[in-house]
Design a binder for this molecule. Sequence first.
Ligand code: GAL
Length: 837
Amino acid sequence: MIQHSRRALLQTAALLTVPLPNSVTATPAWSAPQKAQPADDLAPRERMSLDFGWRFALGHATEVHRDFDFGLDQKTFAKQGANVATAAALDFDDSTWQPVNLPHDWVIDLPFAKNDYFIPPANPEDGDSAAGHGYKAVGRKFPENSIGWYRKVFTLTKADEAKRLTIEFDGIFRDATIIFNGYILTRHDSGYCPVTVDITNFINVDGPNVLVVRADATLGEGWFYEGGGIYRHVWLVKTARTYIDQWGVCVRADTSGKLSIDTDVTNATDSDRQLQVVSTVMDQDGKVVTQLTGATDVKARKGATLSQTGVLSPVRLWSLDDPHRYTVLTELKDGDTVIDTCISRFGVRDVRFDAKEGFFLNGQGMKIKGTNNHQDHAGVGVAIPDAMQYWRVKQLKDMGANTWRCSHNPPTTELLDACDELGMMVIDETRMMTSTPTGLEQLETLIRRDRNHPSIILWSIGNEETAQQGTERGLKIAMDMRRLVKSLDPIRPVTAAMNHYMGHGITPALDVMGFNYHESDIEPFRKLYPDMPIVGTETASAVSTRGEYVRDDVKGYVRAYDLDAPSYAKTAEAWWTLYNSKPYLSGGLVWTGFDYRGEPTPFNRWPEISSHFGILDTCGFPKDIYYYYKSWWQSEPVMHLFPHWNWEGQEGQDIAVWVHSNLDAVELFVNGKSAGQKTVVKDRHLEWSVPYAPGSITAYGYRNGKVVMKQTRKTAGLAYSVTLTADRSSFSADGRDVIMLKAEVFDRAGVPVPRADNLIHFDVDGPARIIGVGNGNPTSHEADHATSRMAFNGLAQAILQGQHKAAGTVTVIARSNGLVSGRVTLKAMDVPLPAEI
Ligand code: GAL
């Protein structure tokens, strides 16, 4: 996959639509000078995927022999190979280990473990701490489940001896020990920050190389499900010994077209070099819009930054409707020879927060209509395939959301790529609010890695830092973090999500005050800080279970009407009407877009394993509240009538019927008889109370006096068939792409069966497999890695992944005992594959 000619590189840069490589590592390999320092190889860099062909086994957190003797010998950290661990030795036999591809989350496969020692707290909102993490059998009580070992064996070539080789891990949960050819290269505890190791000095070119990772998920970093393992991508990067640093290209441009590009390069050879940097900027159509050339001297074993300035004319802005991005091809040259290249993407947009007028993107005032999200989905846990990141962002974009907060940790790059590409703004958040070297290093990594992404509008330096947000000490820490942010990115504002002491403690370190709930503190805050803009970093935390309309304390379901929220929280309607009525509030971000594992408020106890906060459930199936937001967050006409009309045994009893709509008025009919017309009030729902009788309810939606929409809910009969639908009709045969499949149960007349819980089997014929299943039921203890799943309130999901290099036709059948099956036929398409090992 090396493109030797410049023309080919330009073409590649213009054509690439997949997440792009940035460049190589920032950590210089200050190895002792070698006797014969190899000359720089002439080929530009290679960035190869290391996602395929791993072996995985569980180790043990407390029994050393069950942990491949890791730590058995005191020599462990000073000596190499089998001294580190038996599994670290080159000749270790891993044939009994499980073959896995990345991304991988082993915690998903662990059993659920009820916390038998749980004593209910005085305040039920505090709940069972095991519930917070989703009750998976991981952590201190489960040493046999908490250590994951990964091995990958690969070969290199003689030519690689002349190069600089690094391995980039995008994310390992957590506390990773990375061992290469028997050497511990690093220990890295963050479960969310990337880490790069330099393997240049440690490679074998005459035999196999073994890369081993031990991940220790005994301790966690959050209060929600966090998974375990190498759950993001891994890359092998080969460059010359004089190279562009990892995330070394920093591009800034303003709306007038003023452009600056800073390129960090390192000369890891023993001779001084005179280097040129050529930066070729292309628009989204691949047209070269400008080219900047500069030269710099770089001393032996030193780094340098080359700054270039130019103009983009005319400038095409990145916006929510036209998320245009430019591409920069950076070529590092020695004389006429290109010694390194890399490709970066950026967008041009103007972001302004104003204390009186709210938020502006490219001069256009708009509310931030956002959601908070953890990195967790049904079927796969935290090992989210790239295509699913795009799918998830798209579900929220379609609803009218314009911002995504990465709560509460650095996301994977592909999530940011999806937001850039689809037009979704981002609040990017570091994991730790601290000014320790590790904390600042994590923050620096986040900003260096992410600062070219046009989607990012705010850096968040913390979330609900209860112990320090209101203190002088907290302020000192926050000020150091702010200084670091500003030195790396003077443009974007800094926020922190505070839930107390707004206007005190860390406030002076912020540009934008982040309010988590506590709306009654807004006016007092404005008196203290009249010039500081406000965003609702967390709002709502309203709870609802998809398809449930009566609270069930035993099963742990909450009503899907917009009625329930914990004491600190607010319903959707309550927070949005407030935020939308005050021009000085920039808008807010709902807790959460998707349900996630853990935090099963309001019950917070077994058997609940996932949250009810989502606008969509853990599968991304919309709850009724989705249509409230869709009504008021975008301009297409919306009318959504609920609940279902199957209330057997409740004949004659009153049922609350709601409509979310942005039309002018809605009239409800029950079995053909009008129950009255109601006028829609901005940002509100409509509701009726009508006695149940089997048959149907119908809503007629009016705009300008005319009926423009009609929706009916009919009483369904017995389950008769399953239908299967796919989000697309074809996918890439690259072993990575996924298709989201939805199975739905209908009666003989084609009416959805609202409480159907039939067990559905997904059979695949062709080069693909089901990698996970789900149904959005917060009380389901069924396996995620399976090929069957019970429907929950009529729906189930399966995630289909194609095989590597296996194009063809794939048929999936959704089968359930006694029901007519559903099927889809999909095309697995040949695509150019990324370079891979
Ligand atoms: C917030 C917290 C979130 C989540 C949420 C649930 O206080 O920042 O992570 O726990 O509450 O309502």
